[in-house]
Design a protein around this ligand. Structure first.
Ligand SMILES: Cc1ncc(COP(=O)(O)O)c(C=O)c1O
Length: 437
């Protein structure tokens, strides 16, 4: 259908009928995408782009992976949708497969649709389990845009939606590149964390149910955790009887070179959530926890779910995505490709003083642009110009922190040649923008 309608006609329709409430681009403008395979997407004019954002990070296994397509076809032959309270075979198989790839004892999975749903469910579980209601989260963490997750998302998109339910608190972010606590110190000494808990203890009602955090802050600017920080956080939660929820939407399922990012921190959370490429491009999410937590909340009447919870079609896609992750050994792919891409970023950083910092791991890496390395003034405008030029030249990636951070999430299917080409497009854009200013 779409290839019979021109871009201009489609955009005219969008101007009349589409709701402009998007996260990064609110203008109605091209490109308009119509096709995707592996790491490449094509717009309605036939122009191809390297997709270093993996769609909205959900196509990290590659666009239209044949195994996912096959799983969808199987569901079309059997059953697409089912009753959320009557078991279906796909959700049971998926729950058992999740237990295989989760830490020992984290055997219980609940399936929902979006990352926001899964985080909302995780917080509901923590509230029922602890009897508390307060939730804290680092200021650079992102957890979604339903009311309960927006309330604990302080990295932006927070203001203007009226009062939230009481009991949500921001914590200082361990943003080492810009941290004022440890600026003069060789490493993070957790002053940010200690100060956050001093404030939390002072202002909270003593009913902390959970702390929710990403294990690498992606939307907030590709910010790595300082070593040991998550372990310290876990201890502080335990001291207060609160649960630790780790949101693995962007970092889990092999993306950072381990099945889960929290494994790299030597921490096992009480609950973790999964979404994004879990369904290989199909919407499905999960909240995963221990037998003990599941038992207590289920037996005391927890009800969480939506009309599409546990649907066979997305569950079958997620089974296929676990197969792909294990059979194609994607943890190794992420490590190998991540190192290759890192070398390109390092070459660019040596060439352009605009690049102040390189961060991230595996297939989630970023660079921060600064006008001056000593003042670290963010290079918002130049970042936006470079981003625009790259898009024009066929490379898609995400601009964070108002354009001063570039986030790269190439799919696992990306080849070294495609990475070389992406680096060339970036190099050209840096050269053009730095020469004209
Ligand atoms: C870390 C993290 N958690 C949760 C979400 C929300 O997921 P969804 O958009 O599927 O609701 C996102 C979305 O980008 C995310 O990056």
């Amino acid at each position: 259908m779409a290839d019979q309608i021109s871009e201009e006609e489609l955009l005219d329709l969008a101007r009349k009928f589409s709701f402009r409430s998007r996260m990064d681009r609110n203008a109605v403008s091209g490109p308009v995408m119509v096709w995707g395979r592996g790491s490449v997407v094509r717009d309605v004019n036939g122009k191809e782009y390297l997709d270093f954002n993996s769609g909205q990070m959900c196509a990290a296994l590659g666009h239209n992976h044949p195994r996912i397509v096959q799983a969808l076809q199987e569901s079309c032959e059997t059953i697409i949708h089912s009753h959320m309270s009557i078991f279906n075979d796909r959700e049971i198989i998926l729950a058992s497969r999740m237990a295989e790839i989760s830490p020992p004892g984290m055997n219980r999975s609940m399936f929902l649709t979006s990352g926001s749903d899964a985080n909302e469910a995780a917080m509901a579980i923590a509230k029922r389990y602890t009897g508390g209601y307060e939730v804290a989260s680092p200021m650079v963490s992102f957890h979604g845009m339903n009311d309960s997750t927006r309330a604990v998302t302080f990295s932006g998109w927070h203001e203007g939606y009226g009062p939230y339910a009481p009991g949500n608190y921001p914590m200082f972010a361990p943003y080492q590149y810009r941290c004022t606590f440890c600026r003069e110190r060789p490493a993070c000494d957790y002053t940010c964390l200690n100060s956050s808990f001093d404030l939390l203890d002072a202002q909270a009602a003593g009913q902390l149910a959970a702390v929710i955090t990403e294990p690498l802050f992606s939307a907030g600017g590709v910010i790595d955790l300082p070593e040991g920080w998550l372990q310290e956080l876990k201890k502080k939660c335990e001291q207060r009887g609160a649960l630790l929820i780790v949101d693995e939407a962007q970092t889990g399922l092999a993306k950072l070179g381990t099945m889960w990012a929290f494994q790299q921190e030597g921490v096992v959370p009480d609950i973790f959530t999964v979404s994004k490429h879990f369904g290989g491009g199909i919407a499905i999410s999960a909240a995963v926890t221990t037998d003990e937590i599941e038992e207590r909340v289920a037996e005391t009447g927890l009800v969480v779910g939506h009309s599409h919870s546990n649907d066979p079609l997305p569950c079958n896609s997620a089974i296929a995505s676990i197969d792909i992750i294990l059979e194609e050994v994607l943890v190794d792919v992420a490590k190998r490709l991540g190192e290759y891409w890192r070398q390109h970023l390092e070459i660019l950083a040596r060439r352009y003083s605009l690049i102040g910092d390189i961060r991230g791991r595996g297939l989630l890496q970023g660079i921060e642009l600064v006008e001056d390395k000593s003042t670290k003034e963010p290079a918002f405008r130049k970042g936006q110009e470079i981003g625009r030029t790259c898009m024009d030249n066929g490379l898609i990636f995400s601009l964070r922190r108002r354009g001063s951070v570039f986030r790269f999430v190439p799919p696992f299917t990306t080849t070294e040649d495609q990475m070389d080409l992406a680096a060339e497009i970036l190099d050209h854009a840096f050269r053009q923008v730095t020469a004209s200013t």
